[in-house]
Design a protein around this ligand. Sequence first.
Ligand code: KIV
Length: 271
Amino acid sequence: MSVTGAVRAVTTLRLTEMKQRGEKIAMLTSYDYSTAKIVDAAGVDVILVGDSAANVMAGYETTLPITLDNMIYHAKSVVRGVNRALVVVDLPFGTYQGNSKVALDSAIRIMKETEADAVKMEGGEEILESIERIISAGIPVMGHLGLTPQSIHKFGTYNVRAKEQAEADKLAHDAKLLEQAGCFAIVLEKIPASLAERVSESLHIPTIGIGAGRGCDGQVLVVHDMLGINKDFSPRFLRRYADLHTIMTQALENYVSDVKSRDFPNETEQY
Ligand code: KIV
């Protein structure tokens, strides 16, 4: 729901229709009101309140430390800035993996307290019971397969996943299970483009790729990465659309210099 209480223009059903007519889906992350407002007005279809907030907002090495309360705070801020896009919120690590009742409670808290439209969960068959229980309660779920950052300690690296046949077969199987369970879309992260294309073609629901090539039905990037705010992260899949790090640094240095030199504030900038 939007801040005015109206149903947003982009719905889960609309995403399926976009796939059917071959229109690509543009998705980006946001974590705060001001950015979400700009991202929404730019025409982005889906805004993800990602647990990547742990990295780009809080400075943690992994996404594991972020809490449900943290995610709810970010999601509430984003929802206040969005009128058109579908808002999806990551269920953070530890709030859905062990027990489907706990998973449902976590998803209900997100939907009730933030007024977002859907939740996203990482994993396939191993979390199916939780996904089914959340969807039965009327909460739309976006799946996430491939490189699932909440499992980084199991993987041991952020390298491309599913290059081996067994892992690729499991991923294709998991994607089918998620679709059958009622997920409305699936993020495919850092897997070979040929596999992502094959999985996308095998599903009726849209796939959203990050480092998964052109065969996906949509693309997602972390907004700080694509705007060049964060310069420490440069994987091959990341296209930078701006160099905000340089622009911000120059503006900030100019401000410091103007204050020190007594140029700011001038006569017209005071009362
Ligand atoms: O948390 C996040 O930003 C994500 C995207 C990378 C898909 O899950």
